[in-house]
Design a binder for this molecule. Structure first.
Ligand SMILES: C[S@@+](CC[C@H](N)C(=O)[O-])C[C@H]1O[C@@H](n2cnc3c(N)ncnc32)[C@H](O)[C@@H]1O
Length: 209
């Protein structure tokens, strides 16, 4: 598995993070140790990756996952895209990515996953513009300070017609705040395909073809 990143952004970030992660993280960033709880197998009972992504992911696809944490969804996505597909997982916290990589190696999925470390203000994926079939933005958008710029970067990363699954945690994010996030997505040129239903903070959007 490659561990790459924008040289200008990832190098200083990694060093700063090792010295004091708080110096580069926003106030709402999920603490790294919480990542261990998020990869609990028990989570499958409330958040089944197949239910979230089954209708949208096919073998051979390229999937972008910003904010993967320790990779609860990443490993499931890597299984779904199969040996010909790829998942690019981009996070601001090297410690999250270290554990994600270890888990991927143990599951023999490392060759389908690229882990990238980014700076809070930039995903550092300009080199991958227009190459993804799907982006999955799960429980992380509320942590991003500049949502407009972030969603523009997601749109630019997608192929024309590519999809975006956005999910936010209920209780933590209000329906009104979720709607504001979706407004930012519309402002970035992403069109709504499946709006939120039944009080779930989940939506499917698309980059126009
Ligand atoms: C609450 S965790 C969710 C992890 C994973 N998506 C899940 O559902 O298990 C949020 C993750 O987003 C990452 N994150 C926060 N802001 C980010 C940003 N601007 N760019 C990339 N990752 C970010 C955090 O470091 C953390 O790993």
């Amino acid at each position: 598995m490659a561990f790459t990143g924008n040289a200008a952004a990832a190098g200083p970030l990694r060093r700063a993070s090792l010295n004091n992660e708080r110096t580069v993280m926003s106030a709402h960033t999920c603490p790294w140790w919480l990542g261990y709880f998020l990869v609990s197998p028990l989570r499958r009972w409330i958040e089944d990756p197949a239910a979230y992504f089954g209708p949208h992911v096919r073998p051979g696809m390229r999937v972008l996952e910003p904010g993967p944490g320790m990779g609860y969804f990443t490993l499931a996505l890597a299984r779904m895209v199969g040996p010909a597909g790829r998942v690019v997982a981009v996070d601001v916290q090297p410690r999250m990515l270290d554990v994600l990589q270890r888990r991927a190696r143990r599951a023999r999925l490392a060759d389908r996953i690229e882990a990238r470390c980014c700076a809070p203000g930039s995903l550092g994926i300009d080199d991958l513009a227009g190459t993804f079939d799907l982006a999955v933005v799960i429980h992380m958008l509320h942590e991003v300070d500049d949502k407009a710029a972030f969603l523009q970067a997601i749109r630019a990363a997608l192929k024309p017609g590519g999809g975006v699954v956005v999910v936010e945690p209920r209780g933590h994010v209000s329906p009104e705040a979720f709607q504001t996030e979706l407004n930012y997505a519309a402002g970035a040129g992403l069109v709504m395909v499946e709006p939120p239903r039944d009080r779930a903070l989940r939506a499917l959007l698309r980059r126009p073809a």
